[in-house]
Design a protein. Structure first.
Length: 238
């Protein structure tokens, strides 16, 4: 079982590729996809093709035949009718998660290298004051083996990926406040809650005040997942 699947409900399918893929043939692309990256550098082409290979593998488990997965507005991937999903890639990793629309309204997944945020000032750009001044220092003091700033960044990326298909609008890092908590077994996995600081989307007749997610640190990676239930009574699919 892949690490992404550990974070996802049972009825959400996923697929992953591990390791760098700088050599060898690219996974096949549809002509429409090939046109998107025709002028791209080799690294971008491999990321684009690799993550779509993952998405098609996951879609196949739902019985969905292969089809072009083209980027749309703000680069968000387009999915076949009746499907929701999310893709992610970073150095050494490609992953995708998909589900049939209905029980789940939206998904967001993100992968990052488990290392500090390198650029000076990035932490301030991606956090709100309560996160910088209380949440992150407290977590770092209790569990110093985790790069919490990177984890928070990844969680907010997953929140945005779940938010955008529901709204078609931008969500800034400063427009959601995170709470992060490790599982009792140790600091390698846990949950998070993103409280929206702007009006949330309406899903199944109710306005969302936030998003819930899970996180995992393993093998030099940080993985975060957000799942948005399609109904008010179907919030726990694990």
């Amino acid at each position: 079982m892949g690490v992404l699947k550990e974070l996802l409900p049972a009825d959400v399918e996923s697929a992953e590729l591990f390791g760098e893929t700088d050599t060898g043939d690219l996974p096949p692309l549809f002509p429409e996809e090939e046109a998107v990256v025709a002028r791209a550098v080799a690294k971008r082409r491999r990321e684009f093709a690799g993550v779509r290979a993952c998405a098609r593998e996951a879609l196949g488990r739902l019985g969905v035949p292969p089809a072009p997965l083209l980027p749309g507005e703000r680069g968000a991937p387009g999915w076949p009718d009746g499907i929701i999903g999310s893709m992610t890639h970073c150095a050494g990793y490609r992953g995708a998660a998909v589900a049939r629309r209905g029980r789940w309204a939206s998904l967001g997944v993100d992968a990052e290298p488990h290392e500090p945020l390198r650029e000076p000032g990035v932490t301030r750009l991606v956090t709100v004051p309560t996160e910088r001044e209380r949440l992150l220092p407290d977590l770092a003091a209790r569990h110093p083996s985790v790069h919490w700033e990177r984890l928070l960044f990844s969680a907010k990326e997953s929140v945005y990926k779940a938010w955008f298909p529901l709204t078609g609008a931008w969500l800034g890092f400063e427009e959601a406040e995170l709470g992060l908590s490790p599982d009792q077994e140790g600091p390698g996995s846990g949950a998070f809650r993103a409280r929206l600081l702007v009006p949330g989307p309406v899903v199944a007749g109710r306005r969302l005040s936030g998003f819930d997610g899970r996180w995992l640190v393993r093998g030099g990676l940080v993985l975060t997942v957000v799942t948005v239930p399609g109904s008010a009574t179907d919030a726990d699919g694990r």
